[in-house]
Design a protein around this ligand. Sequence first.
Ligand code: ADP
Ligand code: ZN
Length: 776
Amino acid sequence: MARSRQAGAGAAEGRILIEVALPVPVPQTFVYESSEALAPGTRVLVPFGRRRLIGWVAGPLDPARAAPARVRVVGEVLDADPSLPPDLLALARWIADYYLASLGQVIRAALPAALGSSTRPDPTPRSRRVLSLVGDTPGLMRREELFGRAQRQRQLFEWLEATGADVEVRAIREAGYSDSVIAGLVSRGLVAIRNEPVLRDPFKDHASEPAPVHSPTHAQAGAIAALREAFDRAGPAEWRPFLLHGVTGSGKTLVYLELLRHVVDEHGKGAIVLVPEIALTPQTVARFRAVFGDRVAVLHSALSDGERYDAWRALRSGTKRIAVGARSAVFAPVQNLGAIVVDEEHEGTYKQSETPRYHAREVAIMRARAAGAACVLGSATPSLESWHNAAVGKFRLLELPRRVYDRPLPPVSVVDMRAPSPAPGAGPSTGRAPALAHERARLLSPAFAAAVRARVDRGEQSILLLNRRGYATFIRCSSCGAVLHCPHCNVSLTYHRGRSSLICHYCAYTRQPPRDCGECGAPAVAYRGYGTEQVERAVYEAFPDARVARMDVDTTGEKWSHHRILDRVRRGEVDILLGTQMIAKGLDFPGVTFVGVVDADVGMNLPDFRAAERTFQLLTQVAGRAGRGPAGGEVMIQTSHPDHYAITAALRHDYHGFVERELEERSGPGYPPHGRLANIVVAGTREAAVQELSAEIADRMTASLPGIGAGAVEVLGPAPCPVDRIRDRWRWHVLLRSSRAGPLGAACRWALTAFADRVGGGEPRVSLDRDPLSLL
Ligand code: ADP
Ligand code: ZN
């Protein structure tokens, strides 16, 4: 692969000028001199200021562009064949243009790190040390005796228990546990340390799982036929993406598989399947491997750079034909692309949160269109944007309105947490410590607890959702009411009991819990609100005989750890799985007969126009985990807003009703899908400067828009961002809104050019998010 060669320094006669895309925030390419013609997409090492950067040949110098006075020479050519195929280069150009990023930044995001940030793929470590649980799990009483005052050991033990055993020793140390705590658990015979080999293909073990063969239902057969037919006669003129709206458990995967069989087996083409990161489980992969065997490459963020590079090369060379992966798999170098599937197309994780801020669904559509490939977006709760596109005929709608075997969607009931006792965590402050058992007991209403109890007794499984991690959501002085905030961000600190610390969820700032109020000095600090850690404790107390697993960011930091938890659930070794939205997505466990939402109101009141949509999606998705087997299922939602339309629609499994209402809510303010947005964020350490610059942006834009043909764009703001300080930087924003993409793009480009010295650097700094998913 990489061959290195000196480009002749004095190549004056055969002097060829080329444009090189560099991963710098300036939205332009740079001119260099080369002694030979280099194919676009070829990786080169070039001098840039005092640095040397890896870049990609974009093409020969555009004749319309004047060559700069001084042109530097390409240092080294790193690819024998371009690392970026032509179709991906074209796609990267579209992304750079639409999302207003530099081409080099886009290419770097599109290629495996091994090709972008270093000249050499990194070697993968071959083994690592892990801790695993051994012996029987001690009961609650026994735990008290066993650990006595060794609370750190108990915490570590319970952490291991929650993650389902194996955790890398390095991760344990990073979480703040000392070697003596680990040694203590080893000497008690509760855990063992062993060496575990690191696999290059972590999903290989699951490849042999047998896959059930089903004949399609009537609705599935209809969708499959429509897709195949469209694929066979697709001309560029009638090309349209498909929106597959299928209720939870309707068997969307089978539809994807049958399309791929047609595209890959019958037409010898390749395909890409995008799934949200969290749904990229061994089971998901196994369903594709069962049909396509080792022609499937898996692209997962937990892969090491080396593993990812291996998968990428196998696709590029054609050894593998199907890429299954999360967001960035939309760039998989699949040869002769015939289909792209975007499963759970409504998922927010498809949008990259840093530059380039692309949405993988939109990129998938562009890529499929260019390749003439079939494109299917699937979801039980399609995004309003996609639903709208189907309504206006840009997408073709396919519906799977029923579950397989005509299984009913589970009945959903609501528990009104306003009465009779006050909502947990929101009661009058008692000035007492957090860990009062009766307070915790209120997290689980009697009806809710009884439903779980019945499942535990019958040996069935329950899933409990609370989309908020940590133990207590914030701490407040009972005397003066002051809430403890992060010193660097304008958000409250969350108490994490496992780590005995207060932690900022924005910047990871960590501190010990205080004894006294920092404002008034009163020795009365109250812990308010609750997260998954506290629910876990309440569940342990209420169901001491149940086997519980908790899944959230704090128990899944370790590579593959969430797969291990899910494996235990699948094997029936867990009675109650509780966690954040991680447990709501895509899981297909027939043994789950109860789904409980501990508090549906989390996120509902966020100052974000998508809050209701997210709430409805989350409730519908998690409800969809219940009753997927013959034993049926039931769902219970605890809420203090039982009349909110997101909740009442979820109770009825009424996607259409929800969408109708939500479209109406958004039409007044012209929010998507009625209009399009771009968010210009100004951030800096001095609040006054941030405010001034954002006002200047808004003023100058308002004055200039008619002149640049962007009169159809409205400028809203400036205003402080809802979270107005993160990592010591104040944040203000200016929102652009338009019903048309063209003028909006022109306005964005104007802003980035006018304030070019502030983009990606400078103080304060300007960044732009086109089609933002969140305005926080
Ligand atoms: P969805 O993604 O729509 O929620 P899945 O694709 O996960 O649904 O399918 C749900 C379950 O139904 C899976 O266990 C799958 O094996 C099974 N299934 C899919 N199609 C059929 C069918 N035609 N007949 C019987 N079972 C099916
Ligand atoms: Zn912070």
